[in-house]
Design a protein around this ligand. Structure first.
Ligand code: BTN
Length: 261
């Protein structure tokens, strides 16, 4: 029989952070871990609070898509940020830092080569292994709570329904069952390190992120609902936006799904 539950003691042993994940909430079922931490009535406010759920009845993806994840097999969790220094940082850089931390933690543990797809997908062999959804609660222009939701396909081996990028899991790529506790701890360790760069050197994040993005320099199509634009993926600017070269000029793209042409 395969182990189904999440071993909190083992996870804690591997966690090496000062703040992130030090307040840890484990739930068997919620609607969405993002919704839960966004809701001020739940009274969670500690910076770095992590909520991990085995099942989400309304798991959300980017652009109103759904996020399906087999219960007890994967990692579906959210991190609450309330540190004013992080809330005043550029959320796009936090977005890039999160995908970078997912990629680095997978590479550290499983010797797999990961790739990053703008704005925040993590791929292995051109298939999607993880997705990220950043959401916030603001008062006026000020962000009060920033919630980073992360779904990593860990031990799921079969995927149903339609996807715009073919999914995979770490188990499918390594052929071995993966320790979710170790991976989550490794990710949170890497994430806390990346957050320190968000505060003191965002250019480091941009530099490392770009090294893992193989689409830069390629001819791409960017789509956002009815909007479709072709061009060359020239670069990522200092705000984390994509620079699309069309007719020799760079155009700043703030949203969209990127695909190779
Ligand atoms: C995407 O690639 O479209 C983003 C997927 C984000 C999924 C995670 S799972 C944990 C958190 N809770 C949610 O409802 N969504 C995010």
């Amino acid at each position: 029989m395969e182990k189904q539950f999440f071993d909190l003691e083992y996870f804690d042993l591997k966690l090496d952070t000062d703040h992130i994940g030090r307040h840890f909430v484990y739930a068997s079922e919620v609607t969405s871990t993002n919704n839960f931490l966004l809701d001020e009535r739940k009274k969670y406010s500690q910076n770095g609070t992590v909520l991990l759920a085995e099942f989400q009845s309304e798991g959300k993806g980017r652009k109103q898509r759904q996020w399906h994840s087999q219960p007890n097999a994967n990692l579906t969790f959210s991190i609450l940020l309330t540190d004013p220094a992080l809330l005043s940082a550029n959320p796009n850089i936090i977005n890039l830092a999160t995908s970078l931390a997912v990629a680095v933690s997978i590479e550290n543990l499983y010797q797999l080569r990961t790739e990053l797809k703008w704005p925040n997908d993590v791929l292995i062999d051109s298939k999607k292994v993880a997705g990220i959804l950043l959401e916030s609660v603001s008062r006026g222009k000020r962000i009060e709570r920033l919630v980073i939701g992360i779904g990593i396909n860990v031990n799921q081996t079969a995927f149903q329904s339609k996807f715009n990028i073919e999914p995979t899991s770490i188990r499918n790529e390594t052929g071995q069952k993966v320790d979710r506790e170790r991976l989550l701890a490794e990710f949170l360790n890497c994430f806390e390190e990346q957050l320190s760069y968000v505060k003191r050197s965002p250019s480091n994040i941009l530099k490392s992120w770009k090294l893992k993005c193989r689409m830069i320099g390629e001819r791409i199509t960017i789509t956002d609902d009815d909007f479709v634009k072709h061009g060359i993926f020239d670069d990522i600017d200092n705000n984390g936006f994509l620079l699309l070269k069309t007719d020799g000029k760079d155009e700043v793209m703030k949203f969209g799904d990127v695909s190779l042409r």
